[in-house]
Each structure stands twice: as C-alpha cells, then as structure tokens.
Write a protein that binds this ligand. Structure first.
Ligand SMILES: [Zn+2]
Length: 244
C-alpha cells in the first residue's frame, strides 16, 4: 500500500522544486526582454520573431522540467510502495489521460499565462525605468494578485484567463504537478490492490481537518471497482484496501 506520509512528502518536495524552476524561468524571461528595451511601452513578445521564439523555448523548458520532476516524484513513491507495477511503466499508462488535456498541455497553458503576465509587467518596467532585479521582486510580491500593485492601476481586467486558472503561476504549476503525482499514485495503487485480489476499501482520513464531505465518508466501505478519487490537500484521506 501507498504510504500517505511518503506521498505528502513527495508532493511537497515537488512544490518547492516547481517554485524554484518558476523563478529561474522568470529571471531568464526578464533578462531576455531587457535586451529589447527600445520597445518601451509597446513591448510585445510577438514584435520580434527571435524574441518570441526564445521566450517560447524558455516556457517549453519550464513545462518539460515540471513534468519530468512530477514524474520522478510519483515514480519514487510507486517504486517504493507497489508490488505489481514498476513505477516508470505505471506512470506512462496512468499519467496521460485518454481524454482531456495532457500534463504538458496543462503546464504549457501556465507558461503562456506567464508570458501574458510578463508582457504587461515588462512594458511597465520600461516606462518606469525599473531594473531587472526590482522588476523581479515586484512580480513576485504581487504574484497572487498583480492588480494590487500600484503600477497596475487602471489595468483592471487586462488578464483574461478562463475559470480554473490562478493568477499565481507558481501556485498553478505546483497544483498541476501535485494533482498529477497524487492522481497517478492513487490510480496505480488501486490497480495494484486489484491485481493482489483486494475486494473493497475503506475511506480513511489522513488528518482531522474539518471537512464535512470527507468526514461523512470516513469509515465507509466501497467495492473495489469504485476507485478512490477524492484528494483534498488538507484532508489527505486515503483508501485502506481489504483482501477478504
Ligand atoms: Zn476533505
């Protein structure tokens, strides 16, 4: 069975890595943009083909890095905890959904949001004579809500991101990867338990966080053909498999 503690540890470690990778990509994009200072308030990634290609390369690299680190964390848990499945193989057939967006597509969406966010910040930096370092500090300070920056006054509604997307892109990268890690590990654990002849599982709580949904299900038994799917970060509930 999967150790809940190990899964939580690996998800948390991934989150810290994603934050670092995000900050490195941010610094690289700012440095790149500052070579095009002459654009001033009209700064646009697409205004220069070389600039745009290099910005896209940095974002693609961020997606690849996040995806491979999420995979490494999930594989580490699966290799340690599963009997019937090799972690690497399990990831390959579990992590990529047969329908819906792939993991890389979800990371790429965060990257393109990053470019949209930076386009505004960089034009503001050029107009206001900000240095690269100061700009980076300001972006991180207002990452969760850029509209709170005094410089963004009058720009309300300029970021038109669909529902479900966070303004805080570092948090979005963390969420996408953690969902992938937890989703893949829980699904592999379910297949592993079935392969070993599990007949049902019991909903167990991983914390005493106040959550009516999880509290209601706690202690209930579910037939094995229903997979455990719910995972609240604060509840950290888990399925206890039974083999009788
Ligand atoms: Zn819950």
């Amino acid at each position: 069975m999967v150790s809940n503690d190990l899964l939580v540890q690996q998800a948390a470690a991934y989150k810290r890595e994603a934050r670092k990778d995000f900050e490195a990509a941010l610094a690289a994009l700012i440095s790149l943009a500052f070579r095009y200072k002459s654009m001033g308030e009209n700064f646009l990634w697409s205004a220069d083909p070389e600039l745009e290609a290099e910005a896209n390369r940095i974002c693609r690299n961020l997606s690849d890095t996040c995806a491979s680190k999420a995979k490494a964390r999930a594989v580490a848990v699966m290799d340690e905890c599963l009997d019937y499945f090799d972690g690497e193989a399990a990831w390959d057939f579990i992590a990529e959904p047969t329908s819906g967006e792939s993991l890389l597509t979800r990371f790429d969406m965060a990257g393109s949001h990053l470019l949209e966010l930076l386009e505004i910040w960089i034009a503001l930096a050029f107009v206001n004579g900000m240095t690269k370092t100061y700009l980076k500090i300001e972006i991180l300070r207002y990452l969760a809500n850029p509209y709170a920056s005094p410089l963004w006054k009058g720009l309300a509604g300029v970021l038109k991101w669909g529902p479900g997307y966070m303004k805080d892109i570092a948090a979005q990268l963390a969420l996408i990867g953690q969902d992938a890690i937890i989703g893949a590990v829980r699904r592999a654990e379910w297949l592993d338990a079935m392969a070993k002849g599990a007949t049902f599982w019991i909903w167990r709580r991983g914390s005493n966080f106040k959550c009516e949904d999880c509290q209601e299900r706690a202690g209930q038994a579910f037939p094995i053909d229903i997979p455990f799917s719910e995972m609240h970060a604060r509840c950290m509930c888990w399925p206890e498999y039974h083999y009788e």
